[in-house]
Design a protein around this ligand. Sequence first.
Ligand code: HAM
Length: 420
Amino acid sequence: MEKITAIRGFKDILPRDASVFREVESIARQVFTSFGFKEIRVPIIEKTELFKRSIGETTDIVEKEMYTFADRDNENITLRPEATASVIRAYIEHNMSAAEQITKLFTIGPMFRRERPQKGRFRQFNQIDVELFGDDKPQSDAEVIFMLMHFLISAGLNSLQLEINSLGCNSCRPLFSKAIVDFLKGSEKNLCPDCQRRIHTNPLRVFDCKVETCAATIAQAPVILDFLCDNCKDHFGQVKSFLNDLEMPFVINARMVRGLDYYTKTAFEVKTNALGAQNAVAGGGRYNGLVSFLGGPEVPGIGFAVGFERLVACLPEDENNNFKTDLFIAALGAKAQKIAFGLTNRLRVAGISAEMDYADKSLKAQMKRADKLNSSFALIFGDKEIEEKQVLLRNMQTKNQQTVPLDGLLESIIKIIKER
Ligand code: HAM
């Protein structure tokens, strides 16, 4: 039969990696909790309109990358390409702004974007997403960025570069957009067809284009920081000052626009040189008009998302990350096998990881498996030991052996292993 493989760009997270994921998740929960963030879990499918309206109709994500389907009743639904829109939808739907002035949420889970798969870029990937609602002060920007960096470092990442920028607001950004349109006039022929179109629909997106001639053209363009209104300039200045207070190093990347349209004021990305071309391990920013634009109250927000797979790819291989088994039971012969079967499963119920071999192989083969399973102990017995009413317990590390009476074997083994 022809084998059925996973879909291109969709990746299995194998047990070894899954345990790293679990560890990183627990660090995230610990860090976020001490900064006052609470977990929320939102559906992975939403109405298509939610993403179109929040991320922006003319972004790459909405134009090209969403997994959108007509449901059986013909409603348009989309596998979420990011979590911010869904978290805001839930925030509005559950009227969370009424319960507390500042709401701090995080969520962890899979996102879907139909991008060209390559190293560090998948069509299903996981994000650790954080959102803070209800505060527009620059301290919140610095708090969220500081927490992100603290989390990444706690997870084991190093050589990180934090880049920040301000994307202005509804009053100053239009002036910048106009300046970009003016700048690009006459250079259209150097731009890819997408960017030629973007000049008219969403000129800032040209900054995000990976096509070499587009990147070269836009490299000479004016930058948004020269167009900020006083309010945005002041906010950005304070964010920088609070980051300095926290001794958090950063660089300003005045050409960073982010791939989603909802940002206002502060935007940031964390890059690492451990990843190759897909070097952004996290990104985020402020989105002050978005909650009301999605039908909610006039509440400011800021957040970020970490690319889970990219984070894990930066971590050094953990040599000690081997799975361990407490006990392997090497049972020889039918009688021993029968006793071992009951014992193995009762030990498991008692919280001890126990394994045995059902095939009644030779002692040598069974001990080989015990080694392979990284067993701390092996219990060895056959007909002779059953007759003598005592079995052999071997410490696999020290190779010391002791005899344990068959009567009360379960309790004795539990005691020995738990007291180890
Ligand atoms: P984003 O920059 O689109 O932001 O994604 C955040 C992170 O997700 C990226 O820095 C990257 O590490 C990871 N990522 C994105 N696409 C892929 C992919 N195809 N394969 C693997 N990893 C990927 C957002 O999604 C915003 N919602 C962040 C945010 C939250 N802004 C405010 N609040």
